[in-house]
Design a protein around this ligand. Structure first.
Ligand SMILES: *Cc1c(COP(=O)(O)O)cnc(C)c1O
Length: 355
């Protein structure tokens, strides 16, 4: 019963401008659909649940995440097809080994909606390509050989668009070679299709632990009763949930918007983990926030919210440089006796070298 709810919602997904009949489309939105044609651009797709969270105003923070703008056809000078340089770190198909102790698996290119800020937009949404049993064998062989790898990230696309049987098969293959390895499931499903978090799914995930879920709430209004229930189902069964937000222009690029979001997440027992600076993905410049503005927002947030509510602001460097935390520097200097730091009120304090 519950299982059919999410697949029914997916089947009713909207794929063309005519599905947006309840929205008064702006010129920029209409122009996106009018251009059409380009097969390799990120398609339009949203399910009726996520769309129902949006209001019919052009500035709506939910709407900006799923209704495309013609601006997506404008490719900035610094923008790249593979902004993170991931292809150069792929030892076997679908596997990205960028950091010594963890690998990332591109489970599928399907999603429950296509986020307009997607940085894997040249991979996502080509539809129908999910890791095959043969590819999983190669992944398993790699994990068996590379004992330095302690953690596998299941990403995509959205791995939770796979059905239970497929997902269970993937998890089992990993568990056969590495019974205790941490599995991190990167998914926007708790946000965009929380109905997918069924008791049966949670049971599969729990059985194949240790497993962490990392999701992506970008705005307070995405935290509905349904998504709250989905998060609680996971957390109550011992599956921790973390959140990675993306800093997005016109969605969450203000102190009050992020303050509300992060505090609401903590109330739901979801730990804000990262706030990402927008990657240099082709056609996303209208959604990016200047890095300096991000730093200012974070500086102000640190004076307002708890350490539990505060994520690490980070940027993934173009060209394969990896993640770099954009933390504020509190050190102000040192001498033979002391190190000097600035506290939250901006006052200077000393900590002795030899204590
Ligand atoms: C982000 C990322 C990870 C995980 O990094 P953490 O800092 O541990 O969250 C691993 N592999 C790749 C390729 C990544 O992009």
């Amino acid at each position: 019963m519950a299982d059919s709810e999410w697949s029914e919602l997916l089947k009713k997904s909207w794929r063309s401008a005519s599905d947006l009949a309840n929205f008064t489309l702006t010129e920029g939105e209409r122009a996106f659909f009018a251009q059409g044609g380009e097969e390799d651009r990120l398609q339009f797709l949203v399910n009726p649940y996520y769309a129902s969270l949006a209001e019919d105003t052009p500035e709506d923070p939910i709407r900006r995440q799923f209704i495309p703008l013609v601006d997506e056809y404008t490719i900035g000078e610094c923008e790249l097809t593979d902004p993170l340089g991931e292809t150069s770190f792929s030892p076997v198909p679908r596997l990205i080994h960028r950091y010594r102790d963890r690998v990332l698996l591109l489970v599928t290119d399907s999603c429950a909606m296509y986020c307009r800020h997607c940085f894997r937009r040249s991979f996502a949404g080509h539809e129908g390509s999910t890791v095959s049993p043969q590819e999983m064998k190669q992944v398993a062989a790699y994990l068996a050989e590379h004992r330095e790898v302690n953690e596998i990230l299941l990403s995509g696309g959205d791995p939770l668009t796979c059905n239970d049987a497929k997902l269970e098969a993937i998890l089992k293959t990993i568990r056969e070679v590495r019974p205790h390895m941490a599995i991190r499931l990167a998914t926007r499903i708790p946000v965009v299709l929380p109905q997918r978090i069924t008791p049966r799914l949670v049971e599969i995930l729990q059985k194949n632990g240790p497993l962490w879920v990392v999701t992506q709430f970008n705005h307070r209004r995405e935290l509905t009763a349904k998504s709250e229930e989905a998060a609680a189902r996971l957390i109550d069964r011992g599956i921790p949930v973390l959140n990675q937000s993306v800093l997005l222009r016109g969605v969450n690029d203000s102190v009050p918007a992020l303050e509300e979001l992060f505090q609401a997440l903590v109330r739901l027992r979801i730990k804000p983990y990262y706030l990402f600076q927008g990657d240099l993905a082709a056609g996303t410049s209208h959604l990016r926030v200047p890095l300096e503005k991000g730093r200012e927002i974070m500086k102000e947030l640190r004076t307002r919210i708890s350490g539990l509510a505060l994520p690490v602001y980070a940027v993934d460097m173009p060209g394969g440089g990896g993640k770099i935390p954009l933390t504020e520097d509190y050190a102000v200097g040192e001498d033979e006796k002391n190190y000097y730091f600035r506290n939250i009120e901006g006052e200077e304090y000393a900590y002795p070298r030899e204590s």
